[in-house]
Design a protein around this ligand. Sequence first.
Ligand code: GUN
Ligand code: ZN
Length: 440
Amino acid sequence: MSEIHFARTLSYLDDPAHAGAAAVRFHERGAVVVDDDGRILWSGAAADLPARHSAAPRVDHGDRLLSAGFIDTHVHFPQWRMLAAPGRDLLEWLERFTFREEARYADRMHAEAAAEAFLDRLLENGTTCAAAYSSSHAVAAEALFSAAQRRGMAIATGKTLMDRACPESVRDDPEKGILESEALIARWHGRGRARYVITPRFAITSTETQLRLAGELLAAHPRCLMQTHLSESPREIETVRALFPKAASYTDVYDRFGLLGPRSLFGHAIHLDEVERRRLAETGSIAVHCPTSNLFLGSGLFDLAGLEDQERPVRVALATDVGGGTSWSMPATCGRAIEIARLKGGDLTATRAFYLATLGNARALGLEGEIGSLEPGRFADFVVLDPRATPVLAARDDLSETLEDRLFALAVLGDDRIVTETRVAGRRLHSRDTADGTPR
Ligand code: GUN
Ligand code: ZN
């Protein structure tokens, strides 16, 4: 039985930075019709709702804002409970806290319980799809794929490849790492909504042999994604230079092993020279902006305007990077991205930031035909946001006159409390409303 949702509806057809206002579909009173299979059948202004749908059951979200679910393009599953670990910089944070926590994911029972908690955190923040790093243990990736499949969620993940410069408890070896990745690809990639991401952690924790094998694996599975970290912190970059003296740059390390391309996601990508930017642009590689993490670890300020320079635009995506990131919320991540753009002398509107968190991130994952907007045929993965969720937001909302204004307040002030409900393929998987209708 199909179902109609009424709300203020927001969806994007394109990037507002290029296509302007025509890219944004906003209806003060909108409607979204969801079919039995959890796909969007129709969306538009409620006044234009075709008569053939009018008998379907109705859900009225009032003045709340209904948007495509958020997509997180860089988040670490085995770091789900270690936000705010007080490492002074990236390398100290990895050595003192992160590797130790990830070592627990060798245990299947631990990984299975953690996968449920991880997906709960995503959903309560309105995130319906994520590209997640798993730990280096195949059982952890397996646990996450299985848990996401049970909920019908689109998850992209992969076993992390790391064969040096880390404790034995999280270390693999090149051949075993590739064999395990291949087995996971065969079992999960393209099964339902699952996608495999080939995941060499970063240049410091992979030998040349492992990076070469990862590049070969990507060439053999061109429909898989690839994710790694690039040019995040000054000490990391110095270490990479010393480890790969023949490479012209950090980006060149990955380039030499065939890891650049339109399905390749490079987390952070902060400190890049012009040659590196040009190479990312010409290969269609994606620079993933992780604003809360970059602030927390003191890594640096992402140069959004510089990367998107019209001369050679680098594709960009937006992500939390939990647990280096300090918030699970993509709206809050939009808020920090706006603030960092200001510090860099640029301008990021909230309307564009919400595009990045939805359709932009869907495009980065090559999933724009499936998710990221409210267009017919997409999965009914959506979120209902309350612009009046807290006393502070309600007071601010009284002053809001435009969509940009309202999205700006949600980004700068919002967190999980703004998420009234989250739907995956039309099914409500998270709700803040209790049975009597009062917020929890
Ligand atoms: N670089 C290598 N591993 C990591 C990680 O887990 N988090 C972040 N932020 N950077 C990394
Ligand atoms: Zn990361």
